[in-house]
Design a binder for this molecule. Structure first.
Ligand code: TRP
Length: 460
């Protein structure tokens, strides 16, 4: 039995080699399709400016304190999110029922990865499309045709989904520390470098001013309860918070690392990449008379048009989709880790067994998303296609509710001593600010946004 009476526990799965390793791992989790694929298309669907502003407020006022809460809970518990929540629940309030927050998160991660892997599969497929020169001098219609063929054929999209799940299981089966660190250390700067280069292209060749205005000129009359919820959901998704992924990584964080500085670094990097991606994409969208609200295909339909026109575009496009695949990969690993750690600790699977079983389940659910872009694209209910419903359920409901419970636990249930111990034993200003955000700002904001989206404040 591990020593559950001691608050100074060791993780069962080893530790990150340094604070930098942890920052890299968490950034690897945070930066992914959420920044480059989802942020631009959701911003486009919600009218840009005002949405982006609400998103930024949510990232800093809600996402940051929840990220800190997840890391501190994870490091204190040092187990998988289910066991950690049970253990700390017992310690802090005498009830292990808090484990349900962990279970909720494990399930959320499984559902998110099921469709995440399908989109990541598109990126993998695009590596080969790019390398074959399919986009060279292609018209908008041709690019849209290529995209439609790929996502509409369940065998093609399914094959890429399978490949992506396979490489994700492979890394998780080897253990989180090995390989991940080096990969993120090299590939993240490369991705940012390439985006900066593309930004140069957009500034010169795209409708840059139109893009900037679309993104940063708030038109508040376009803001609805639904789009505020979308902005908050995107903030959770892009930071990987609300389902225990960061909690699972926090379990491997060395004692002496600063939670505050780590979290701020990650949040800034993540926000920077999202804004950069949007600044690259929208000028291209407007310069080519494309629809900013065209949905999940936005990135895959706009960037190739630009790649097709630029000198050396075949190579730039290929590298871009390789880097996007890697970014998605390091995020996928974190979506799997809670479920895998749980299977290992509870069902006593080996890491390889756990990763394989979890991977198969996720793959199977993912097939539904593959079909929802092909043969089942006309099957619509509630929020739209099957994919739309998975996406809405996880990002706009499960992550906010999960995050709310996590931050309530850290702010109200945990003793001040316990949380201060992890964030700042002196309980200085930063700790006070965090505690206020965790007890008041974040919970109230999440509840208001959820109620507002249900239409509770609308007069009409
Ligand atoms: N944040 C990742 C992205 O932006 C996706 C992701 C990884 C995630 N782990 C998560 C989302 C946990 C929610 C919860 O692509």
């Amino acid at each position: 039995m591990p020593d559950i009476d001691s608050p100074r526990r060791r993780s069962l799965h080893g530790h990150w080699s340094s604070r930098l390793a942890f920052v890299l791992a968490v950034s690897g989790s945070a930066v992914g399709l959420g920044n480059i694929w989802r942020f631009p298309y959701v911003a486009g669907e919600n009218g840009g400016g005002a949405f982006v502003l609400v998103y930024l407020v949510c990232v800093f006022a809600i996402g940051l304190p929840i990220m800190m809460a997840e890391i501190l809970i994870g490091r204190r518990g040092r187990r998988n999110p289910v066991a950690t929540m049970a253990l700390l629940g017992e310690e802090e309030s005498g009830t292990p029922a808090w484990r349900w927050v962990g279970i909720f998160g494990v399930v959320g991660g499984v559902i998110i990865l099921s469709y995440y892997s399908v989109i990541a599969g598109w990126a993998v497929g695009y590596i080969f499309e790019s390398a074959s020169g399919a986009f060279t001098n292609a018209t908008v219609a041709e690019v849209e045709g290529t995209f439609g063929d790929l996502i509409g054929d369940p065998l093609v999209a399914g094959a890429w989904h399978t490949l992506f799940m396979f490489i994700s299981v492979f890394v998780v089966a080897r253990g989180v520390e090995r390989g991940l660190e080096q990969a993120v250390r090299v590939l993240m700067p490369a991705l940012i470098g390439l985006l900066l280069m593309l930004l140069g292209y957009s500034m010169m060749q795209g409708a840059f001013q139109e893009g900037v205005e679309f993104l940063f000129e708030p038109r508040f009359d376009e803001l609805t309860g639904g789009s505020i919820l979308e902005a908050m959901g995107q903030a959770f998704f892009t930071l990987s918070v609300g389902m225990g992924a960061i909690m699972a990584y926090g379990a491997y964080l060395p004692e002496e690392a600063s939670i505050t500085r780590t979290s701020i670094a990650v949040v800034l990097a993540d926000t920077g990449v999202a804004l950069l991606a949007a600044l690259v994409i929208f000028p291209i969208v407007f310069a080519n008379d494309m629809d900013p609200a065209s949905g999940p295909g936005l990135v895959f339909q706009s960037l190739p048009v630009a790649f097709g026109q630029m000198p050396g575009g075949v190579i730039v496009a290929t590298i871009f989709f390789v880097l996007l695949t890697f970014a998605a990969w390091t995020s996928a690993i974190s979506l799997m880790e809670p479920a895998v750690a749980w299977c290992m600790e509870t069902l006593e699977y080996t890491r390889v067994q756990a990763a394989s079983v979890v991977g198969c389940i996720i793959w199977l659910i993912g097939v539904l998303t593959v079909l929802s872009f092909g043969p089942l694209s006309e099957v619509r209910f509630l929020r739209g296609t099957l994919f739309d419903n998975f996406d809405y359920l996880t990002n706009n409901i499960m992550l906010p509710v999960g995050g709310l419970l996590i931050v309530l636990f850290a702010g109200w249930i945990m003793a001040e001593n316990s949380s201060a111990d992890e964030i700042d034993p002196e309980a200085g200003l930063v700790y006070r600010l965090w505690r206020f955000a965790a007890r008041v700002v974040a919970p109230i904001a999440v509840i208001l946004v959820l109620l507002n989206a249900l239409g509770l404040f609308s007069s009409g």
